[in-house]
Design a protein around this ligand. Structure first.
Ligand code: ATP
Length: 310
């Protein structure tokens, strides 16, 4: 439904995105990931026709967003939750948006309920927390009962209950066959929410893959093992082909052997194992592995600046 083809955007001194090509299809939650400054917001803005690409195209349902006859029913969007008039209340903020798109007040009340803002809908948006503003922005995105939604960092400012709520909402929208694209820095949340990931770094595509495949390839699982005489057991594990890292507290992080293999080896050599815990692969690990060459503002850079100053 969203198609980005060979999209490039150059500012005077910066290439924000370069030759970016990906598609976002219906029925899935697609996560848009990238380190700070990778070009996520620029890409989303270009999809909405906010700014001209240097080259390439971005279309929604086969059309430039600006050419869509009913944009709000095609793709609901949230780019900046803070962009609300602080004196206007949430209900009237949505009503103004609805009326300019031929949508009635009944739908406004529906989306207010849907995002859980009924109690505060008539309070000025200026007193809303960031989480409440995110809910208001999501309500705006849903006003047109759209075929797809595109949300820039919608998890920012949401409390744990809000994150669980949004996860459920996005899963439901995708389950109804809609297109869902969201960007976020919260990797662990993205791992739970997104079925598919588009990862960019320094404006270039790094991965366009199912979340499970990315985790499998870039963050293999491991086992945490504690045993009496861990040092000797580490040697046995290595001898059996595993890779073993000894943690500061003496625990062993083991890759290349599963629980059964480790248990059998321990039994064979009469080693007393006191803990055997599978460690789930983390999206953080996969993300760092994937983007380590494309991080614009890395900790190492800070160290270099400090060194130079001292
Ligand atoms: N209007 C602009 N003028 C000049 N450079 C810009 C402009 N907008 C964005 N950039 C630059 O383009 C690059 C991509 O920025 P963008 O905001 O799209 O990244 P992002 O992935 O959304 O980052 P973040 O996660 O930090 O929000 C950055 O280097 C940024 O400084």
């Amino acid at each position: 439904m969203i198609e980005v083809r060979q999209l490039t955007k150059r500012y005077r001194h910066t290439t924000a995105i370069a030759d970016l090509t990906f598609r976002v299809g219906p029925g899935l939650v697609t996560g848009f990931l990238g380190p700070n400054g990778a070009g996520k917001t620029t890409t989303m803005r270009l999809i909405l026709g906010l700014g001209r690409p240097t080259s390439g195209t971005a279309t929604v349902g086969g059309h430039a967003y600006a050419d869509l006859p009913h944009p709000l029913t095609t793709l609901g969007t949230l780019l900046d939750a803070q962009a609300v008039n602080p004196r206007r209340d949430g209900f009237h903020h949505l009503l103004a948006l609805a009326q300019s798109n031929g949508i009635g007040a009944r739908r406004v009340r529906e989306v207010v309920d849907l995002v859980g803002l009924s109690d505060v809908a008539h309070r000025p948006a200026g007193v809303y927390s960031l989480g409440m503003k995110q809910r208001l922005g999501i309500a705006g995105a849903l006003l047109g009962d759209p075929a797809g939604v595109m949300l820039d960092e919608p998890l920012n400012g949401l409390d744990p209950e809000g994150i669980v709520w949004l996860r459920g909402l996005l899963r439901r929208l995708a389950g109804e066959g809609r297109t869902v694209l969201l960007s976020s820095h919260l990797m662990s949340e993205m791992a739970l929410i997104a079925d598919h990931l588009v990862v960019i770094g320094r404006g270039r595509l790094i991965a366009d893959t199912p979340t499970a495949a990315l985790l499998r390839e870039h963050a293999p699982g491991s086992m945490l093992v504690r045993a009496e005489d861990a040092g000797a057991f580490a040697g046995l594990l290595r001898g059996a082909g595993a890779s073993v890292r000894v943690e500061e507290d003496g625990a062993l992080r083991v890759r290349g052997l599963d629980g059964l293999g480790i248990g059998r080896l321990a039994a064979q050599h009469h080693v007393v194992v006191t803990e055997l815990t599978p460690i789930q692969p983390s999206l953080e690990t996969a993300f760092i592995d994937l983007t380590q060459d494309s991080v614009e503002y890395a900790a190492a850079a800070t160290a270099t600046i400090k060194d130079a100053a001292s």
